[in-house]
Design a binder for this molecule. Structure first.
Ligand code: SF4
Length: 361
């Protein structure tokens, strides 16, 4: 383990790892990098071009904005159209096309959408502007759910009545199972998400190794982290072994962050959730427990959005399932660009289409 981040970007080290990967990879092998942060790093550093032709890297469902279903985007938009309600969300979400408009367009029309950096900002708004109701759009995986849970607990303790959360948070294991059991995807190994693993620990991947017989390697986000993970997975494959490896030892422990998990499940119950591209995946989401129902936007407001529709031609869902790539989309780089995104994967700073557009194929 190195001491400084620059050491994980060392060109000679990366070159040696890449040469090692090419040297040991004799069989065709598809690795899914689950996390959008990994996708960005791979494209930015050209890792996919350094590892030879036997290894293919495909992106997975680890970008929180991208996997938010069209219906859930429409729910956020419906909330923003209510009088006296202010919808607060992270930056990327405002530009994701809903069925008819984006949150950014509602903001331009009504002014009641605010971009925030943290759910704590929303609690401050609620305290300072008691005449408005503030709804935070809770997206993300196990990484962000504990801080949202802590904010809900704080609002309850401080009796903040004009704050609620539209809980769209998701959890990884069931979605990974859906990806790996998908016959069209044909994934041989996973680079497991680093940030999620800091909270969950590595234990959540054991079923993938034990039951599905697919190797997983938890990795950090620097080029040497990712190349090392690919090397370790390729080595397992060439030796016909299946294993769970933690190659992000500096941040991830086997049991993760027990306190964060405790807070998360004090506030949330496991629930079925709808994912873009997958439909409803059982036990893959987080629902606010009934003890906190007065802070649950779904319970406070009647949100009926009717039928939701994605932009015709957008294949974001297939990209998130690892069965297509941005180059397979007819709209990519033509009708769909970061300046005029047609789907969530082009909007998000962790989206696969955005990564391909920014750094090239
Ligand atoms: S390029 Fe745009 S339209 Fe095509 S899949 Fe990606 S986000 Fe969707």
């Amino acid at each position: 383990m190195f001491k400084f981040v620059d050491e994980y970007r060392d060109k000679d080290l990366c070159r040696r790892l890449a040469e090692g990967i090419i040297g040991i990879s004799k069989k065709p092998f598809t690795i899914m990098e689950v996390c959008g942060g990994h996708t960005m790093s791979i494209r930015k550093n050209g890792i996919h071009k350094l590892i030879g032709s036997n290894i293919k890297l495909v992106s997975g469902p680890g970008c929180p904005v991208c996997v938010t279903s069209q219906k859930d985007i429409d729910k956020a938009i419906a909330l923003a159209r209510l009088n006296n309600v202010v919808v607060c969300t992270f930056g990327d979400m405002v530009d994701v096309p809903g069925t008819s408009v984006t949150l950014a367009e509602v903001k331009a029309e009504k002014g009641n959408v605010r971009v925030v950096y943290s759910v704590q900002d929303v609690l401050s708004f609620a305290k300072n502007e008691p005449d408005k109701h503030f709804v935070f759009i809770g997206i993300g995986f196990e990484t962000t759910a504990p801080t949202i849970a802590a904010a809900i607990m704080q609002a309850k303790a401080e009796k903040i009545k004009n704050f609620s959360v539209l809980a769209l948070n998701k959890t990884m294991p069931a979605a990974l199972k859906a990806v790996l059991e998908d016959k069209d995807a044909k994934i041989n190994a996973l680079i497991s998400p680093g940030h999620v693993s800091t909270i969950t620990g590595t234990g959540i991947y054991k079923f993938i190794v034990d039951d599905l017989r697919i190797s997983c390697c938890v990795a950090g986000f620097e080029p040497a982290d990712i190349l090392r993970a690919i090397y370790l997975l390729a080595e397992l494959r060439e030796n016909n072994k299946v294993s769970l490896i933690n190659a992000y030892e500096r941040a991830v422990k086997e049991n993760g962050n027990e306190k964060a998990k405790y807070i998360m499940y004090e506030v949330f119950d496991s629930a079925d959730a709808e994912w873009r591209g997958f439909g409803v995946i059982p036990a893959s989401g987080l629902r606010i427990r009934k003890e906190f129902a007065d802070l649950d936007a779904e319970k406070i407001f009647k949100i009926d959005v009717g039928a939701s529709k994605e932009i015709k031609g957008c294949i974001c869902g297939d990209i998130l399932r690892g069965i297509k790539e941005p180059k397979n989309c007819k709209l990519f780089g033509q009708k769909c660009t970061p300046m005029k995104p047609q789907g969530a994967c082009m909007v998000s700073s962790e989206g696969t289409c955005a990564a391909w557009y920014k750094y090239g194929e």
